[in-house]
Design a protein around this ligand. Structure first.
Ligand code: G6P
Length: 638
């Protein structure tokens, strides 16, 4: 969480820093700040504003200071509310040293206490401010910057990407990386710093991804880097040939609705891309799918599709156990995907929440593969879980949407989705593309294991294409009814229950998450069979119960009984059903009906309407849809 931007070079930096901060707003938007060494008076000049980066931009329009070295920050509040005093940059007592931070400094209270006793005074209640005071104190005591850093490092715990701007060091930025990401873009007599290369990728494609546990003193022409044992590191500059995908809203009111409508293309592009990796599609011509130059397999000498994604083919052939680790919406997609791997590839599959997995006892299994799923490729819990698995010598393949993300770089292999930049905090096209990718991968593994024929694989690809079409068309079918009738009606309720069974259960969890995160209406996702064990006590005419059907006759019958239980208690039923499921449809107060598809793709078919329905209810409530309160798109802290 939190985004960092920095610049040192020959040009004024303010415009670059502000533009970079806007690109990093997905990491938090509680406040933003900028500081530079003012070229006129050679002192630190800064501005901070509560709220999104645009507020900071407006504030800076009223002043004219700028400089050739500066840093900026967009904050997701962890320690201290979203107030100006807690915004970054934070300073030392003399206000001659500024720092921006991404992460959490553990034990900061004890450090603060000691510093207070020694006569320091603090302006904020952030953990970050201690990092400013510690370095300020160390610089006063030690002769070299390196020695000062060494002393600070012995005191800092937790996770931190820190960038310091020091008045007495007008030509050098100091960068420290422990767990949270930090990258340097190497320009022509200028260096760019960011939490993500998106900050500078239109200015340089030469990137130094700082290794974990390293620090660097960066001037316009030079990077002097060290590990935490103070051994010099030769910076590995990689060519990052990735096009800058700046997504704008075009004619849409919000990124979320634009991204809902982009799902068909996101799925199609991803499948085309996988097919291309798979050696299919000789006549492939789409310009939409960008194959990044660094789609390699972490330099392993492996061949074919599995080699391209970083796996040894014999490992896939002998695969006996699969574990999937993810967080948030990605965890819901993973859960849905587990039915694919078990049902199609016959592999026992577990699905784990990264935040739980990383603190649970770890069991190695025979012929095991771990998949991590992360839209951003940066989620701290998923990343740490992945590292834990790798320490146990189990290969990890990461499915992500962000090329060169930390997870993609560190995983043994990766399957890079082609959903395109997702800007809205609430994940939509990533969710559906993750489901499609997992469906495709389950078939590909089944082919390799000799369970499925190539013809079956081809049919699966056709099914995915058909279902992505249904996803889009069904939104069009229900669009006006949802906007004119459903949105005003359902926005009046204060709580919802979402139910599913089997593969529609994780889908119900996703729907509940979507509703609560953007509309702030309380929503409870539950397995329909468990309704009678508690949640049924909540059923009344003021609590709509939304049921997502399945395309499995046995489970459908059970769901039908659950729907009747709700009806018998005067509950208002909203049903997402499939053609021919007349009994379920007849019970509903409101019903959405979808064409029948391959049974395991039932959730994907319902995805577009579910998201559109929730989007329109939220829009009616006039909520800040793309930037819901308290959330961030990339969660880089525990
Ligand atoms: C945040 C986002 C969610 C996302 C989750 C996991 O909570 O708001 O939309 O599902 O992180 O993110 P990941 O990038 O790992 O998929």
């Amino acid at each position: 969480m939190c985004g960092i931007v920095g610049y040192v070079g020959q040009k004024n930096c303010r415009e670059f820093v502000l533009e970079g901060l806007s690109r990093l707003e997905y990491r938090g938007y509680d406040s933003a700040g900028f500081v530079c060494i003012d070229q006129n008076n050679k002192h630190l000049s800064f501005a901070k504003e509560v709220g999104p980066v645009n507020r900071l931009k407006e504030a800076l329009e009223k002043v004219d200071y700028d400089g050739t070295i500066g840093i900026g920050h967009t904050r997701w509040a962890s320690h201290g509310p979203a107030e100006k005093k807690n915004a970054h940059p934070q300073f030392d007592c003399q206000k001659t040293l500024a720092v921006v931070h991404n992460g959490i400094i553990e034990g900061h209270n004890a450090i603060r206490k000691r510093l207070l006793q020694e006569g320091h005074w603090f302006d904020s209640i952030t953990d970050t401010e201690v990092a400013a005071h510690l370095l300020g104190e160390a610089i006063a005591f030690h002769k070299s910057l390196k020695a000062a850093i060494a002393s600070v490092l012995t005191q800092l715990k937790g996770a931190y990407a820190l960038v310091y701007l020091i008045e007495k060091e007008p030509e050098r930025l100091l960068l420290i990386r422990h767990k949270s990401p930090l990258v340097v873009g190497v320009g022509d007599s200028e260096m760019f710093v960011g939490s993500d290369p998106i900050v500078f990728i239109d200015r340089t494609n030469k990137v130094f991804f700082m290794p974990d546990d390293s620090y660097a003193i960066v001037s316009s022409n030079h990077i002097e880097a060290y590990d935490f044992q103070h051994n010099p590191i030769v910076p590995q500059i990689k060519i990052h040939d990735h096009l800058l995908e700046i997504s704008n809203k075009q004619e849409y009111e919000h990124f979320m609705i634009k991204e809902i409508y982009e799902q068909k293309r996101a799925i199609e592009n991803s499948i085309l891309f996988f097919k291309k990796l798979n050696g299919q599609l000789i006549d492939y011509k789409s310009d939409d799918v960008i194959v990044p130059a660094y789609v390699t397999n972490n330099n392993k000498d492996l061949e074919g599709f599995w080699g391209q994604i970083g796996l040894d083919i014999s490992h896939v052939k002998n695969l006996k156990n699969l574990d999937i680790i993810a967080a948030g919406t990605s965890w819901h997609a993973a859960y849905i995907g587990s039915y694919f791997f078990e049902g199609i590839a016959n592999i026992p599959t577990t699905v784990q929440l990264a935040s739980e997995h990383r603190y649970s006892k770890f069991f190695k299994k025979d012929n095991q593969l771990v998949l991590t799923i992360s839209q951003s490729g940066e989620t701290a819990d998923t990343l740490e879980s992945m590292r834990l698995v790798q320490k146990n010598d189990i290969p990890v393949v990461c499915i992500t949407n962000v090329a060169a993300s930390t997870m993609m770089r560190e995983a043994d292999g990766f399957l890079l989705m082609q959903a395109g930049v997702e800007r809205s905090v609430a994940s939509t096209k990533s969710f559906s593309t993750q489901i499609a990718s997992l469906y495709w991968l389950a078939h590909r593994i089944a082919v390799e294991k000799g369970i499925l024929s190539l013809q079956a694989m081809k049919e699966a690809e056709e099914q995915l294409s058909l279902v992505s079409e249904i996803l889009e068309c069904s939104i069009e079918n229900y669009k006006w009814e949802i906007m004119e009738k459903d949105a005003p009606f359902y926005s009046t309720f204060e709580r919802f229950i979402f139910l599913g069974r089997h593969i529609s259960y994780p889908f119900a969890l996703e729907a509940a998450l979507k509703l609560k995160e953007i509309s702030y209406i309380f929503a409870h996702g539950y397995p329909a069979g468990e309704l009678k064990h508690g949640p049924i006590a909540l059923v009344d005419e003021k609590t709509p119960v939304v049921i997502f059907s399945v395309l499995n006759d046995l489970i459908y019958e059970k769901l039908l009984s659950n729907a009747q239980e709700v009806k018998a208690r005067k509950g208002h039923l909203v049903v997402f059903a499939f053609e021919g499921q007349d009994e379920l449809i007849s019970l509903a107060g409101r019903c959405f009906v979808f064409p029948r598809v391959a049974p395991l793709l039932a959730p994907l078919a319902m995805t577009g309407v579910m998201q559109f329905w929730i989007y329109q209810i939220t829009k009616f409530l006039n909520r800040p849809i793309d930037m819901p309160r308290n959330l961030a798109k990339s969660v880089t802290i525990e």
